[in-house]
Design a protein around this ligand. Structure first.
Ligand SMILES: *[C@@H]1O[C@H](CO)[C@@H](O)[C@H](O)[C@H]1NC(C)=O
Length: 202
């Protein structure tokens, strides 16, 4: 019975529409988020420098996030995730398909705007009323660390994703290593962060 529940849950999580996730045991860590988060400054275009390696992301290159404030009070955020995927036949690349996914974030917390309840695909479900997406740190002009964690139904299984975002191509600033160290100290397995191929993008 327990096993069935676990498998069903895992299946739900995988098919839920989270674009990029890693399933692990435990509970979601309570990691501090960016102080005085300013959505207006955070808005716009970010390149995904590194991401948690999940089946979904395999083979994707040139992956970007675009965030946009969707209401004057700053409680709603539109999120667009896009990237290229090579379409191969018998190992030969015949086409590069551009994939775009739309998400929506809602600020539920009165204390901070740096935690959102995010849904990709838009189907309402029981995750919707929970903050599951966190801007852990950003300087707005160079880098951002985004972490997402869902723990359904208080079971000891979590679905995590993490993105290191940069405004432009190149190496991340030194602060990023510090933030990875902090993530690690909260039990996040940062070795799951894989570099995304962002060269030869247009
Ligand atoms: C961290 O993730 C890597 C890659 O998925 C895995 O090999 C390793 O066992 C994980 N470490 C822990 C402590 O879970």
């Amino acid at each position: 019975m327990m096993l069935t529940t676990f498998l069903l849950l895992a299946l739900c999580l995988v098919t839920h529409g989270q674009q990029d996730l890693v399933l692990s045991q435990g509970s979601c860590p309570d990691i501090p988020v960016q102080l005085n988060f300013d959505l207006k400054r955070f808005e716009g275009y970010w390149k995904v420098y590194e991401a948690f390696g999940a089946p979904y992301m395999v083979g994707m290159s040139c992956v970007d996030f675009i965030f946009e404030q969707a209401s004057d009070d700053g409680r709603y955020v539109n999120i667009r995730l896009e990237g290229d995927r090579d379409v191969k036949v018998l190992g030969f690349k015949i086409w590069t398909a551009n994939e775009i996914y739309y998400g929506k974030g809602t600020v539920l917390d009165d204390v901070t705007d740096a935690g959102w309840s995010v849904l990709f695909g838009g189907k309402p479900d029981n995750y919707e009323d929970r903050t599951n997406y966190f801007i852990l740190a950003t300087d707005y002009v160079n880098y951002a660390i985004v972490y997402s964690c869902i723990q359904p139904a208080k079971l000891p299984i979590i679905s995590e994703s993490c993105f290191i975002l940069l405004r432009r191509n190149g190496s991340p600033p030194a602060e990023v290593s510090t933030h990875k160290f902090i993530l690690k100290s909260y039990g996040v397995n940062v070795t799951n962060l894989n570099k995304v191929n962002n060269y030869n993008c247009y």
